[in-house]
Design a protein around this ligand. Structure first.
Ligand code: ADP
Length: 186
């Protein structure tokens, strides 16, 4: 595990499985249907049980899914968390299609919803860097930068954990954490 302290918040970068994180809020890298999928989404629904999909279907019936960059909340079923935030990251289309801003929004809206639920800890997977093919170095940069800006603008949360599945992904994310925090926090 790699950690970084910023103001009252601990950033943690860990290699592991998102469904095993004991935090107040686990973030799901969902798709706009909210009906489940592969990767993180599949793992969360498998481990969390059917109640999560039932809640997602109700949200879908009420508001017609979830747009890219937006986020919705459900309970966490059998997962060791209080809530799930389902957010939809952008599909990478080469970088000139607003992908950076949309990914920033996905992180930002997730943090805001967690704060609304009075969460003191949140765990993120690497949104968009699987099936959606967002390059991991750029995605890591957006993830860390957005969390720091959220705190600078008055957001409060004790622990922000980034969970990387593979060891190479963990290394890249850790390097980016160093770079961004040195640049943004002196
Ligand atoms: P997206 O569709 O947003 O790209 P994916 O779920 O396909 O989301 O992948 C996002 C990232 O999460 C990828 O780097 C993938 O390797 C990783 N990943 C897949 N399953 C898990 C898991 N159970 N826990 C943590 N990370 C995971």
């Amino acid at each position: 595990m790699k950690t970084f302290q910023y103001k009252n918040t601990t950033f943690e970068v860990v290699q592991g499985n998102i469904v095993e994180q004991e935090v107040d809020v686990i973030v799901n890298a969902a798709n706009s249907s909210l009906l489940g999928g592969g990767g993180v989404d599949g793992a969360i629904h498998r481990a969390g049980g059917p109640s999560i999909l039932e809640e997602c279907k109700k949200i879908r019936a009420a508001q017609g899914g979830c747009s890219t960059g937006e986020a919705v909340v459900t309970t966490a079923g059998d997962l060791p968390a209080q809530h799930l935030v389902h957010t939809v990251g952008p599909v990478w289309r080469g970088g000139n299609d607003g992908e950076m801003v949309l990914l920033e929004r996905a992180y930002r809206n997730s943090l805001e919803l967690a704060a609304q639920k009075n969460a003191s800890s949140i765990a993120f997977p690497s949104i968009s860097t699987g099936a959606y093919r967002f390059p991991l170095d750029r995605a890591s940069y957006v993830a860390v930068r957005t969390a720091i800006l959220f705190l600078d603008e008055g957001g409060t949360i004790d622990t922000v954990r980034f969970v990387l599945f593979g060891d190479r992904d963990f290394e890249i994310f850790s390097e980016v954490l160093d770079e961004v925090t040195q640049t943004m926090t002196g």
